[in-house]
Design a protein around this ligand. Sequence first.
Ligand code: ADP
Ligand code: ZN
Ligand code: ZN
Length: 739
Amino acid sequence: MNDPLFRVLRVALEVPLRRFFDYLPVPEAPLDQQQPGCRVLVPFGRRTLVGVIVAVSPQSDIAPASLRPAQSLLDSAPILAPHLLQLCAWAADYYQHAPGEVYLQALPTALRQPKPIPTNQVQAWQIQPDFAVDSLPKQAYRQKELAEFLLQQARPVPESEIREEGFSKAQILKLASLGALEEVTMEAPPAPVSASLEPALELNPAQQSCLDVLQEVSDRHQGLLLYGVTGSGKTEVYLHWIAHLLQSGRQVLVLIPEISLTPQTLARFERRFGPIVAAYHSGLTELERLRSWERARKGEARIIIGTRSSVFMSFQALGAIIVDEEHDASFKQQDGFRYSARDLALVRGKLENLPVLLGSATPSLESLHNVELGKYKLLRLENRAGAAQKARINLLDIKSRPLQAGLSQPLIEQIQQHLDRREQVLLFINRRGYAPVLMCHDCGWIAECRHCDARLTLHKRAPQLRCHHCEASAHIPPHCPQCGGPALRPIGTGTERTEDELQRLFPNYPVHRVDSDTTRSKRRFAAMLDHIHEGEPCLLVGTQILAKGHHFPKVTLVAVINADSGLFSSDFRATERMLQTLVQVAGRAGRADAPGTVVIQTHHGDHPLMQSLTQDDYLEIAHQLLQERELAQLPPYHCLTLIQAEAPYQDQAMAWLTGCKREAEAISARSNNLDIRLSGPMPAIMEKRAGRYRAQLHLSAPNRAPLRALLSQLLLWADGQRLPNGLRWSVDVDPIDFL
Ligand code: ADP
Ligand code: ZN
Ligand code: ZN
């Protein structure tokens, strides 16, 4: 024990326990190579796991005789730099998550598995040439589509290509498990030679003054919020700033919300900067992700465009982080390790002394609050770049007006006028499928999900009833299962139904439906976008996807079919989200020679929020919402944490949380920590989901420190409790979703 050379490796392992694990060093490897940030292979129970060394210590709480040696050292030099280890430590502590899972998810999956890493090879799949598609179950639409796609190709198809068609790994594996597919490896195809680069645009004065500020803070930590209306040229500012940072040999990380955005954004960056750009998102295969990760770490890629998890990537010389569309909910992970990539970007910026730029046309209330507190500098672009003008927003009161698939007569007339002028029209509707409800007109029966507190959505293109909250689907019954009558009726409107109605009303114009059902295949979606960009008059109908990042310069009328859903929700973020979506959708309209019009159909035209929308001053409305949050003691003024539980029976989840609450009260009393408000336990807004009952306990406090102190004691207690069978619980710090 007193051996001065005695060393213990403290290792992070991907297991759901709030602790590290001690091992003796690998006997065969030099001790000075076994450093924090290196991976080791270790025995864990009967398994062998990949772990990351987080510290090398002269002592252990465990008797040396009981320590087992690590099996082998996988890296001869750290692959996670000290800054990243710090970021992981910070994140595990802040989000109160099992640290091993946090450290390991900072590595691409390929580096987390105890198996060798293939190098210049890609995974590919080949289908049995005589595979009978009809042997698949009738409901397995996607399986069938996948099989048909592969049969058509009649060659081993790289997994990345299959993914680009919109199929998931799970779907591939399912088909493989039926013996239909065979996995093969192929040499990676050579990287495409990039065309000549596109020159930068000359910045307008407003953009230039943003760039001036950015250049000034390029060498130190500073949070910045770029508020720029849609089309104001935010991206162009990013591109100029990046060019500046590249000149001094630095790399830049650009975080973007979703895969659906990646192709366009990536293409734009590639046109400007060529092959030094790399992507990192879940649409890539394991090996592609590994390759991007390696290129960033070695400094071959200078610009990384990535989704949420790229905030943990390793760089050789990171110079700045940009978070585009910073308000987007997809920056928050909603399960497992529930972190916010936007918030961690700022923490990382602080740790590495880097500027962090958040950009949005509809900044989150959190970020605006940070501007108010003086934590972020605010940059503004209030006008559109180029020649396009901002659209006018009009409310259309639909109280007691008849609607055809959601469309009112005045709206139909306006659509006709725009089409007559050979312009394009975009209709936004926040539901996909044909109708959100299938009901029996005779007895009132409604098709409901057996596993969730939710109705089944009627889909007609792939005819079935589907639950949008779990995987469940069902046949459309030929008659009412309750009374046997024939009067089953679709109630309400989804994208498919509006599409049908538009087709009927305007038979001479193409209708493009854009929702997650039609955009899964990137290739087909790209073709649809190309078609729209040709500029012929047409109708677009779609969901949120339409509000995300796409420019439709030929659209002159944007209509929101129903804007009311966010007004009366029990989720306190619903109004903020509704406002952001409406402003983003409205931003799709308008061009130089024909300023756009936005029509919002609502039953609540006199609601203050609806009224202020017509003023079209996002910051002003956001400040009103901030005041409401302050009065209600809600985030961002109060810190909020949820403890969630789910179980096969509701009373189990509630009973468990009641125990947590009692313990939390005892801890606050003991530590005289009386600022913490506990509310609940209460059933979640959707009480039953995927067959499990869910409940939550809310903990909030004006300051974070006492809340964290209480939480860590509470979790220590909770970790030591025996749980009823099937009960799972989790902690969500700074939650954004209450469903
Ligand atoms: P945002 O990211 O704010 O939506 P973009 O950078 O995509 O804005 O710019 C919107 C449109 O305006 C694009 O078509 C872009 O090419 C054009 N644009 C941006 N900046 C300029 C500029 N300085 N001069 C001319 N056109 C510009
Ligand atoms: Zn009936
Ligand atoms: Zn369901």
